[in-house]
Write a protein that binds this ligand. Structure first.
Ligand SMILES: Cc1cc2nc3c(=O)[nH]c(=O)nc-3n(C[C@H](O)[C@H](O)[C@H](O)COP(=O)(O)OP(=O)(O)OC[C@H]3O[C@@H](n4cnc5c(N)ncnc54)[C@H](O)[C@@H]3O)c2cc1C
Length: 237
């Protein structure tokens, strides 16, 4: 991993209620190369102790746009709140890229990416990358959020799926009563839904990402429907 680099917050976009994407550019104007699925670590300063605090975020933008990187987060605790309070033009210290949570194209020809909430971020990078690049593995994205409004990157994903027939998007929302208009699937991601979307499991690799509790449930569902352990790749936050 490279050492600490200075980045500038170039653009902040609220992409869903309480969820922002920060576009970061290297201060020195250099390109930033990474693989889809990798993450960076921000070195924050605790306002009370003045001690450095690391917080990691998956890169949600595509490596095909190497002049910037984007991270997407919602408020969880103290430091995500600090990041969400950054303004355009602010400077920050960044480490990375790091991580090996990515599609090995030499053996993974058919992948299923499963996430809830902000766990979709590394998959956004993969979908944007392969969507534009054209060739690549077959990709099925199964993801959930509480409402249609917080289904992150949905418009972008639909665009990518239109451009690249290898990409398929299967969203579901868990609180339809609180949601705006939605005529898609409702309910949590479970074994039945995964089976329904994916059909035959053979030869498929299953990626899942996000907070621990949700991943435990997804991992259990995958095992329950008969996915072999060596076909399950997980990034726990
Ligand atoms: C490789 C990697 C990639 C990641 N990518 C992303 C990403 O793309 N997007 C994203 O949003 N996150 C991502 N994360 C998670 C992120 O790093 C942070 O963990 C997250 O933003 C929360 O940090 P925080 O400092 O705000 O919360 P913390 O203060 O560390 O709190 C963590 C959790 O504990 C709870 N908590 C805190 N204090 C208390 C208390 N006193 N009592 C009870 N509960 C408490 C908070 O509500 C929160 O849910 C990633 C993590 C890893 C390791």
């Amino acid at each position: 991993m490279a050492g600490i680099q200075k980045f500038i917050v170039q653009k902040i976009t609220e992409i869903a209620p309480d969820t922002k994407t920060l576009r970061l550019v290297p201060k020195e104007g250099k390109r930033f190369d990474f693989a889809p699925g990798q993450f960076i670590t921000l070195r924050l300063i605790d306002p009370e102790t003045q001690k450095p605090v690391p917080r990691s975020y998956s890169i949600s933008s595509s490596p095909l746009e190497p002049n910037y990187l984007e991270i997407t987060l919602s408020k969880e605790g103290k430091y995500s709140e600090q990041i969400l309070g950054f303004k355009e033009g602010d400077e920050l210290d960044l480490l990375g890229p790091a991580g090996s949570f990515g599609i090995d194209e030499s053996k993974m020809k058919d992948v299923v990416l499963i996430a809830g909430g902000t766990g979709i971020t590394p998959f956004a990078s993969m979908v944007r990358y392969y969507g534009k690049k054209g060739a690549g593995p077959k990709i099925t994205v199964i993801y959930s959020c509480r409402t249609a409004e917080c289904l992150l990157f949905y418009g972008d994903f639909l665009k990518m799926a239109k451009q690249n027939p290898n990409i398929r998007i299967a969203p579901t929302i868990t609180r339809p009563a609180e949601s705006g208009p939605w005529d898609g699937r409702t309910g949590r991601i479970d074994g039945n839904y995964i089976r329904e979307v994916v059909g035959d499991l053979s030869g498929k690799y299953f990626f899942a990402c996000g907070p621990k509790e949700m991943l435990n449930a997804i991992e259990a569902s995958l095992r329950e429907i008969g996915v072999a352990q060596d076909k399950i790749i997980i990034e726990r936050w």
